[in-house]
Ligand binder design. Structure first.
Ligand SMILES: [Zn+2]
Length: 300
């Protein structure tokens, strides 16, 4: 697939699937307009998504909701200026920790600030200076990025009434980052998981709460859900969510074993190799940092 595309997933539910594993987004019809889910990795990508919604669907945008604070999901918020932007209160707090309190779009250009908003607050601790080039390039170096922060936040849950169904937006604790939302349309069984679920590609751990992340996926696996929209990758079912949960658990148990065996963090990075996952995109580049992240988390 060479271009992002809008796909209907169910009645009134649409997914915008990023090209080549770029971040996904979505839109859900309500009687009062669209609830848009996430806004892409840049203003240009956000505008393209917004224009596709306008061209394909008749409804105006009622609100945009951010699944979490990472820039590949919120940098396009500016394309939806004029609409309310909703998020968990921790998403706003994470953005404000870099851009300061703001009621409008604020420019951020410091590469380390952008890297923390893209890869987690522990980026500088996790990735030594000599290995930062790829990451700083990924966030656009010193190029200014306008961030439109959420205008309205909530703590645990928020619901929207649909015609004959309910749209739920829920926070289930620290997991892939802190402030992750699970967004689902209950009766038709469709859930948007943001980066709680990477499909067909290796995740970035950063400052994740690994036990919390696995627990959230276990909760999803108990739900009556037919279609799952990941933060990156193709729409899937609970079967693929279970496989992703097992990937996280495999890393957790390998790192736990290294800790129990008295291995140092560097030794764990050298020794741990998960053959089942080694062919996944980004495994080679990200696994060493994921081991470091899990090691520090499990060591406490
Ligand atoms: Zn993310």
């Amino acid at each position: 697939m060479t271009d992002a595309q809008l796909r209907q997933i169910g009645a009134g539910v649409y997914a915008w699937i990023g090209a080549g594993g770029d971040s996904n987004a979505g839109a859900i019809e309500t009687p009062n307009g669209l609830i848009v889910i996430d806004a892409q990795q840049s203003r240009a990508y956000g505008e393209k998504f917004r224009d596709a919604l306008k061209a394909s669907l008749k409804s105006p945008v009622r609100a945009l909701v951010n699944t979490h604070y990472h820039l590949d999901h919120v940098a396009g918020n500016v394309a939806f200026a004029g609409s309310p932007v909703l998020a968990h209160e921790k998403t706003l707090r994470a953005l404000e920790s870099e851009i300061g309190p703001s009621s409008g779009a604020t420019s951020v250009s410091a590469p380390l600030s952008k890297a923390r908003l893209f890869f987690g607050g522990n980026f500088a601790e996790l990735v030594p200076e000599s290995e930062r080039a790829w990451f700083l390039n990924r966030v656009g170096g010193t190029r200014p990025m306008a961030i439109l922060p959420p205008s309205e936040t909530f703590a645990d849950r928020m619901e929207f009434r649909l015609a004959g169904d309910t749209l739920h937006m829920e926070y289930w604790g620290p997991s892939h980052c802190d402030g992750d939302l699970a967004i689902y349309v209950k009766k038709i069984g469709i859930i948007f998981l943001g980066d709680l679920f990477f499909h067909g590609r290796f995740p970035w751990f950063g400052d994740c709460d690994l036990n919390g992340w696995i627990a959230v996926l276990d909760r999803v696996l108990q739900m009556d859900v037919k279609t799952v929209i990941p933060g990156h990758g193709e729409p899937a079912s609970l079967k693929e969510v279970a496989a992703f949960r097992d990937l996280l658990a495999a890393i957790r148990s390998a790192v736990q074993q290294a800790l129990t065996g008295g291995l140092s963090e560097d030794a764990a990075v050298n020794d741990i190799m998960l053959a089942d996952y080694a062919a996944m995109p980004r495994y080679k580049e990200w696994m060493p940092f994921n081991i470091r992240s899990a090691y520090r988390y499990l060591r406490g």
